[in-house]
Write a protein that binds this ligand. Structure first.
Ligand code: SF4
Length: 356
């Protein structure tokens, strides 16, 4: 009986950083370095889905690539378009798991809201993704594959370009730190995706060890999901995140290495009758008033009725304005974020793999 040598697994090219791709080209394919430049350009800049499209590679090299490597991209299962122009893409990953990514229309371009995990372990009480629980981390190829899928959709439909990224979709990015950092590094690589990591915001509930590493990397500025002005209330709204005491979290952010003009963003979701009173606004000013920061206010989006009773209600619009005005009167830079894509469950905290 003969034992055939097992076929080595194919290299997943979209899951290689620039230096890893170079090593693959030099060591595995035994090709000169400039071939890595060409491959990189086809994969990330030209959005090539297969090797046959790579016209400046020889037939022999394309055959070798097909034998030794693969381009594994998320496929678009469902596209839903909101009345306000927000586009939600339900994506299928190679192992059949699904995630959502959201194109948010801005003036003349789109911002893409990226997922970093399949599900999420943090269980924030106002968030539909938290209800799904955690399945697994996404790889760099899957995280950045969302950009390729979104760009393909944009090209097919002649839509405005994608300019900004927010790591704010399904999952807690700092719980998938290795793949997040690899993704940010790849974003900044020349001749690739061509979206500067500085046009990217990483949203997190605030994990000090992860923030320290992200800060040292110099690759992104965080937006912190604060959502409560006191430790006690934060423990009710975000019990797992609040295991890090508020004081410790804020001290860590005070030391975050910021460049000139950069500020830490604090996200604050206004939940009707829970954290949206002027008394809460005063507590928030006491907490943030002396800090180099800005505040994004977001009105809570109750999930669609088919998912059962909502845990919270939307805040009163007049109360939202009063809250915003109070923060501004105390010289805190404050933005009221318009909720986009509510009718297709694509707004903040609504991502739950709904297709109907
Ligand atoms: Fe996870 Fe973010 Fe939802 Fe919290 S808000 S459960 S961290 S996805």
């Amino acid at each position: 009986m003969t034992n055939a040598a097992p076929t080595p697994p194919k290299a997943d090219l979209l899951n290689l950083t620039r230096s890893e791709l170079e090593a693959f080209v030099l060591d595995e394919l035994k090709q000169p370095r400039f071939r890595a430049d060409q491959l990189w350009h086809w994969l990330w800049h030209k959005n090539a889905a297969d090797f046959s499209a790579m016209t400046n590679l020889s037939a022999a090299l394309k055959a070798k690539l097909a034998e030794r490597a693969a381009i594994v991209r998320p496929s678009i299962d469902v596209v839903r378009v909101s009345r306000d122009g927000t586009i939600k893409l339900l994506l299928r990953l190679a192992d059949g798991e699904r995630v959502e990514t959201v194109l948010i229309p801005m003036a003349g371009h789109y911002t893409l809201c990226l997922s970093t995990q399949v599900g999420c372990a943090m269980g924030c009480t106002f968030c539909s993704t938290g209800e799904l629980g955690f399945t697994r981390n996404m790889t760099m190829g899957e995280i950045l594959g969302q950009i390729l899928a979104a760009r393909a959709h944009i090209a097919e439909n002649a839509l405005p370009p994608l300019k900004n990224l927010v790591f704010m979709g399904m999952g807690e990015p700092l719980m998938n730190l290795t793949e997040l950092l690899r993704s940010l590094e790849t974003l900044g690589s020349p001749e690739g995706i061509s979206i500067s990591p500085r046009r990217s915001t990483v949203s997190s509930v605030g994990i000090p060890q992860g923030l320290k590493i992200l800060g040292d990397s110099g690759l992104a500025v965080p937006a912190i999901s604060l959502h409560a002005p006191t430790q006690e209330l934060r423990e009710k709204l975000m019990p797992k995140a609040a295991r890090v005491p508020l004081e410790e979290l804020l001290a860590c952010l005070d030391n975050y290495p910021l460049k000139q003009r950069e500020r830490v963003t604090y996200e604050y979701i206004l939940l009707g009758g829970v954290n949206d009173s002027i008394a809460h606004a005063k507590q928030l000013v006491r907490l943030l008033g002396q800090r180099r920061c800005k505040v994004n206010l977001i009105s809570y989006n109750p999930p669609p009725p088919q998912t059962g009773p909502a845990p919270y209600s939307a805040p009163d619009p007049e109360g939202v304005l009063a809250f915003e005005n109070y923060l501004r009167s105390k010289r805190i830079t404050t933005f009221l974020r318009r909720s986009m894509g509510q009718d297709i469950a694509a707004a903040c905290g609504q991502l739950k793999l709904l297709t109907g």
